[in-house]
Design a protein around this ligand. Structure first.
Ligand SMILES: Nc1ncnc2c1ncn2[C@@H]1O[C@H](COP(=O)(O)OP(=O)(O)O)[C@@H](O)[C@H]1O
Ligand SMILES: N[C@@H](CCC(=O)OP(=O)(O)O)C(=O)O
Length: 325
């Protein structure tokens, strides 16, 4: 019996590895940056979009629920309007977003429809998260699409957002969605291999951070703004987004969308990009596991005890995809 207890204790007090977390996560929020979706001449990169769509469909076949946050409307719109590379005044940017968003969704829908799947577009601003009622409405829009087997594709409503209600970048939007929808893995796909200790465009010998804790203040120092003509926010907003999503237990991977099959490889547990753990997840994990250990001990002792130290939140966590038994 002692051996059994020692064995169970060891098993239950070890945090799941990065590989396990990537393999077992069931609710993914995937965010794709503008530079991955648009070509150098600000046209849609249909080859890349097809590649992402194919991977997302494969993930769904494996039972993973996916919400896609897609950037690209402004850059594609600029291309369509003959304004490539220009810094636009607010009204023209709104128009570019409106034109580009249509083209973007058209591409996603066409590619998905070839595989018998459809997508649903949800355009959001901060207003959609302002109070409980609006958050509920946003969540139910996502959940209903999911229930109907559609792929929710989200973006900021750049055609109408203003300085009062805009997110300003989709990293933040992805994190807010992760928390609202209880995502367990947020994947931020970008043009760099991951987070480096300095912007690799500026410092050629910058070193990539492979694994760390979301919210580590050192990362804020390392992360700079966008280095591309079409990106918004750079690495700083990704680091902040990871910290925000981590509060509800989501882990984050920042990885290059240029890596072939990056999403499928992450799902197989490959160590690509920067993996940022959630402290909240780890705490919940250990707490729930301690309860399991207590239960095991009691049952080994033949004592039927109703455990009083678990609350409904822990039970929900234990029964959710967060908890890998
Ligand atoms: N510490 C860092 N590590 C990696 N990239 C960084 C860092 N600091 C700044 N960056 C810049 O962030 C850019 C990615 O952000 P961004 O252009 O907003 O991409 P996306 O469109 O994918 O959101 C990189 O091209 C890089 O120049
Ligand atoms: N919502 C904007 C993108 C904002 C944004 O965060 O861009 P990016 O840094 O390329 O992910 C658009 O669709 O153009």
């Amino acid at each position: 019996m002692i051996n059994k207890l020692v064995e169970t204790t060891a098993k239950l007090s070890t945090l799941p590895s990065r590989t396990t977390l990537q393999k077992k996560s069931q609710r993914w929020v995937i965010k794709i940056g503008s530079s991955l979706l648009t070509s150098e001449d600000y046209q849609l990169n249909l080859v890349a979009i097809r590649h992402f769509v194919e991977q997302i469909l494969r993930l769904r076949e494996r039972g993973i629920e996916v919400v896609l946050v897609s950037s690209g409307s402004v850059s594609v719109g600029k291309g369509h309007l003959g304004l490539a590379g220009k810094t636009l005044p607010a009204e023209q940017r709104q128009a570019a977003a409106s034109v580009g968003q249509t083209a973007l969704m058209h591409a996603y829908e066409n590619l998905l429809a070839q595989e018998g799947v459809h997508c649903g577009q949800i355009l959001l601003t901060q207003d959609n998260f302002k109070d409980r009622k609006r958050r509920k409405k946003t969540l139910s829009a996502i959940n209903m699409l999911m229930k109907m087997n559609m792929l929710p594709i989200l973006n900021e409503n750049d055609a109408l957002a203003d300085s009062e209600n805009q997110f300003g970048n989709n990293d933040h939007l992805a994190a807010v969605i992760s928390r609202l929808w209880h995502g367990d893995l947020m994947v931020l796909l970008t043009d760099q291999a991951g987070l480096y200790d300095a912007d690799p465009r500026i410092q050629v010998d910058a070193q990539m951070i492979h694994e760390g804790m979301a919210g580590d203040p050192r990362y804020e120092e390392m992360a700079g703004g966008s280095g591309t003509a079409v990106g918004t926010g750079g690495m700083r907003t990704k680091v902040d987004a990871a910290a925000y999503a981590a509060v509800s237990g989501s882990t984050t991977v920042i990885a290059s969308g240029h890596i072939p099959d990056v999403l499928l490889r992450l799902q197989r547990g490959e160590r690509l990009g920067t993996f940022l753990r959630s402290k909240k997840f780890d705490q919940m994990w250990l707490k729930v596991r301690r309860t399991t250990l207590q239960k095991t001990t009691y049952s080994l002792l033949g004592v039927a005890v109703k455990l009083s130290n678990t609350n409904s939140k822990q039970h929900r966590f234990y029964n959710s995809s967060y908890c890998y038994r």
